[in-house]
Design a protein around this ligand. Structure first.
Ligand code: PLP
Length: 368
């Protein structure tokens, strides 16, 4: 069986360094808010080219806390509207509603699957306070246009970078450094994956970073003094140490995935399959390689019968989820089409050349 994502093998490649980091943390006797976190935060801030990286417990918390911080700073309030792509993973939307703000769904572009920048302005009202673009599947959104619109309407830009660690535009600017703040996830299957839950916020705004550091630690800047009704969303020393090990190899792993994607793009030839579009090699980090097909059930079954594991990202659009029953009767046709047709192929830093060839071969021989 060719696995969709062989996390065992991915982490085996780092095992010696991960074990060294583990031992260092065990022997330090210090497990929360220490030097490992400081070190990783500095490394990741440098990597993204931003002033601050604030480690948090997971990617959802990263986004929740950014919006919460803007509320504490008096910039957002209950009932304000945030524009978000209608085909994103549900977490981007949950972060908005968890703060009593209103998610306004904007349809994606059918070619890139990212928020359609031509549809943003028509969704802006007097209540709009932010745009939350998601660099979905690992490819950068059109941040030039998004930044212009945000400037024109004085909106905050909060990037969801959970799938786009290291994606870089033609000027060398990285995901997490386009907006006012960005949320990252280090869930084990993400491009930069911890061995458990972890996340981070990047920003170059000193005041925001300071507010976030309090909010994630019970609302406290100074021990036993609470300025806010905060939460506990700390990134622990162990995950921070493991993430430092994996960050050092991230670019190498991304390059490998780019080469896998290039083989898929040039060698998969089947009129039943729509391949993804990549604007520039560096702007995509291939968290997922997502194809589209009219007969997804049959293609997925065929691949399973041929020992190739695939996954659907995502089967149900957010507006059709029970959690958002108030939206169930609304229609977002582009999102619905995407959710009905997408299928993710295996792509990883440990997918072998022969596995890639096998996948390409099976796809090229597929017919209904
Ligand atoms: C994974 C993911 C998140 C949430 O990250 P967690 O660490 O799982 O909480 C948010 N947004 C997107 C687009 C994601 O893919």
């Amino acid at each position: 069986m060719i696995k969709f994502l062989d996390l065992y093998q991915i982490n085996q490649n780092h095992k010696k360094d991960l074990l060294n980091a583990f031992e260092r943390v065990v022997d330090s006797g210090w497990y929360i808010m220490g030097n490992e976190l400081k070190k990783f935060e500095q490394e990741f801030a440098d990597y993204c080219g931003v002033k601050h990286c604030v480690g948090v417990a997971n990617g959802l918390d990263a986004l929740i806390l950014i919006i919460r911080a803007y509320k504490e700073l008096g910039i957002f309030k209950d009932g304000d509207e945030v524009l978000v792509p209608s085909n994103t993973y549900i977490a981007s939307i949950l972060a908005i509603s968890a703060n009593n703000l209103i998610p306004i769904l904007v349809e994606p572009d059918i070619l890139t699957y990212n928020i359609d920048v031509k549809k943003i302005e028509q969704s802006i009202t007097s209540k709009t306070v932010a745009i939350l673009p998601v660099h979905l599947y690992g490819q950068l959104c059109d941040m030039e246009v998004i930044s212009e619109i945000a400037k024109k309407y004085k909106l905050k830009v909060i990037e969801d970078c959970a799938q786009s660690h290291g994606a870089t535009n033609k000027l060398g600017i990285k995901a997490g450094n386009f907006g006012d703040a960005a949320g990252f996830s280090f869930y084990p299957g993400k491009n930069l994956g911890a061995l458990g839950d972890a996340g981070a916020i990047t920003t170059s705004d000193d005041h925001l970073a300071e507010t976030l550091r309090a909010l994630l630690n019970y609302g406290s800047h100074v021990k036993y003094q609470n300025k806010f009704k905060g939460i506990n969303s700390r990134l622990d020393e162990l995950q921070a140490a493991l993430l430092s090990v994996k960050l050092a190899k991230l670019d190498e792993e991304t390059e490998y995935k780019r080469n896998v994607a290039e083989r898929y793009l040039s060698e998969i030839k089947n009129s039943k399959i729509i391949l993804p579009i990549v604007e520039r090699r560096e702007s995509h980090v291939w968290h997922l390689f997502v194809i589209r097909t009219q007969d997804r059930v049959s293609l997925q079954n065929y691949l399973t019968e041929n020992n190739i594991q695939t996954v659907i990202h995502y089967p149900i659009p957010p507006h059709k989820q029970d959690a958002y029953s108030e939206w169930n009767n609304l229609s977002y046709p582009i999102s619905e089409k995407i959710h009905n047709e997408v299928l993710s192929l295996p792509i990883s830093p440990v997918l072998s050349d022969s596995d890639i060839s096998e996948i390409i071969n099976k796809l090229n021989n597929y017919s209904v």
